[in-house]
Design a protein around this ligand. Structure first.
Ligand code: FAD
Length: 490
């Protein structure tokens, strides 16, 4: 029944922003034994705005954390939220290094939009196209350049784990492929089509929750279905197209059939209002008989500068192509199912259990009962980045664990390893090179010999070996008195 059998270190299932970011990060750190299998590209190409901390200060981190918890009604997993906030800036830098072009203002600062749920503008974008498309183009290009396979058109149908290893099965037409992997990263998105009428693309069906439960994974927050509040309901050809909540940050507003800005009955301002509250207030207007014949209300963008509207080309162009001019008429909008905040239960590094990670929309817990707009995309890339780093750590531990014999205890302590590695690199940078600086070397040698006596070092065999190596190099350097080759004794 199985037509092809393959093996790899890391198998990534899903090629949305989460899967591609995870793959790119692994590759950038030297891990290339990766296979990516996916049906298609998921919801990520539709990411219009994505949140990042452009300034990584304590104050900015706290504000972002507080916004996420408040909007999530404090049922979010705070450790996931904190780790997302703490890795936001690093992930942004990683994407910039890959060449992702976010739109900037004339003064060189990032263009930031004010989306639903945020107390301040922190959403980056590309005013020429969906930023999801921009990000994925650079990531796909990078993955291809580095020679890692990205296979689309394959549907994951089953995953199993036994004493021999972890296996995922894919179907493409009549062919069944088995992939055995040390690590499996579930980046298969949300439950899309299962939602019924929704904003979701067709390649994210949602049976993946079932596949996960067959594997014995746990789930969290599956009850938190997200509604996008301002989705086009009419004309038919525009139906399902979200009117960005950023429009409320651009000065747009929602009105009922009397033209009343009903959000202001409960809120001080429309900009930044959480989706859950907008949805409820829209429903209240509909229940009061103040809604439209399409079971919605109206968005008024008529007063917004056309240039600003054109900065959302996917939206503006679609409306204009279907005979709707947002500068001239009210838009028929209303809430539509959009996503699921819940998913596979993971720890703060997106590990579901040993060898299995779940990232992006596949993972639950970070958004709580409602998602800040722009955080679906943000969580997908940041979780891909975090999980890749955690997998790299796991690989180190796995490698260290192999080849242990009875008379040799190989100890592994990742924290010690990281700390010692950093301190050895610092010593390497500062204290020895081809110019022999006697004082610095002696000082470093004393420090390293002292380290050998510490209990901390004794926790990690690789660190003991590395310190010994550094000592050997320093001793050899100190023993040589004359300049020779490129070696200069001062
Ligand atoms: C219309 C729309 C607009 C949105 N706008 C924004 C926005 O402006 N800002 C924002 O932050 N978020 C937005 N979101 C949410 C955002 O798109 C998602 O949260 C994010 O893209 C999820 O990324 P992901 O990589 O986890 O999943 P996805 O991008 O959905 O990718 C899932 C991947 O898994 C694959 N897959 C699924 N099932 C299987 C299977 N059985 N076998 C193999 N492969 C499988 C898919 O083909 C795909 O490759 C929007 C969503 C929609 C639907």
């Amino acid at each position: 029944m199985i037509d092809v059998r393959r093996e790899c270190r890391v198998l990534i299932i899903g090629a949305g922003a989460a899967g591609l970011t995870c793959a790119s990060r692994l590759i950038s750190q030297g891990e290339k034994d990766i296979l990516i299998y996916a049906k298609s590209y998921g919801a990520s190409p539709e990411i219009a705005g994505i949140n990042f901390l452009t300034e990584d200060t304590e104050a900015e981190r706290k504000l972002y954390f507080d916004d996420m918890m408040r909007v999530g009604y404090y049922v979010n997993d705070a450790s996931l939220v904190e780790n997302m906030v703490n890795n936001s800036h690093a992930t942004l830098n990683f994407l910039l290094d890959l060449g992702v072009g976010f739109t900037k203002e004339e003064n060189g600062e990032f263009k930031k939009r004010h989306l639903s749920g945020h107390s301040t503008p922190r959403t980056l974008c590309n005013t020429e196209e969906f930023i999801g498309v921009t990000i994925m183009r650079e990531e796909k290009q990078y993955i291809k350049e580095k020679g890692v396979e990205l296979n689309t058109g394959f549907e994951c149908i089953h995953i199993k784990e036994d004493s021999e290893g972890r296996y995922a099965y894919f179907k493409k037409k009549n062919q069944i492929i088995e992939v055995k992997a040390d690590f499996i990263v579930l980046a298969w998105g949300g439950i899309g089509e299962l939602l019924g009428e929704s904003t979701y693309p067709k390649d994210v069906y949602g049976n993946t929750l079932g596949i996960g439960s067959e594997l014995g994974l746990e789930f969290v927050d599956l009850e938190f279905l997200e509604y996008e509040p301002m989705v086009m309901l009419y004309p038919e050809k525009t139906k399902g197209e979200p009117c960005p909540t950023a429009m409320l940050g651009e000065g747009g507003y929602l009105v009922n059939k009397s033209g009343h800005r009903f959000l202001l009955d409960e809120l001080e301002t429309e900009a930044g209002a959480p989706k859950s509250i907008i949805n409820r207030l829209i429903q209240r207007e509909i229940d009061r008989g103040n809604g439209s014949e399409f079971n919605g209300i109206w968005a008024d963008l008529r007063h917004i500068d056309t240039k600003v509207l054109k900065g959302y080309p996917w939206f503006y162009d679609k409306l204009m192509a279907n005979g709707v001019d947002p500068n001239k008429e009210l838009l028929n909008v209303g809430p539509m199912k959009h996503s699921l905040s819940g998913g596979i239960r993971v720890d703060k590094n997106y590990k579901a259990r040993n060898g299995i990670y779940a990232i992006g929309e596949a993972a639950g817990g970070v958004h709580g009962a409602c998602r800040c707009a722009g955080n679906g995309g943000a969580q997908s890339v940041v979780s891909g980045f975090i999980a890749a780093n955690a997998i790299l750590d796991d690989i180190l531990v796995d490698e260290a664990a192999s080849g242990i014999s009875d008379d040799f205890e190989y100890k592994v302590d990742l924290e010690t390893y990281k700390r010692i590695k950093k301190s050895l690199i610092d010593i390497g940078d500062e204290k020895y090179g081809y110019v022999k600086e006697l004082g610095g070397m002696e000082e470093a040698l004393k420090y390293l010999n002292g380290l050998l006596e510490t209990e901390e070092l004794n926790k990690d065999t690789k660190s003991i070996q590395a310190v010994k190596s550094a000592i050997m190099v320093l001793e050899a350097a100190l023993a040589r008195d004359e300049s020779i080759g490129t070696y200069v004794v001062k």
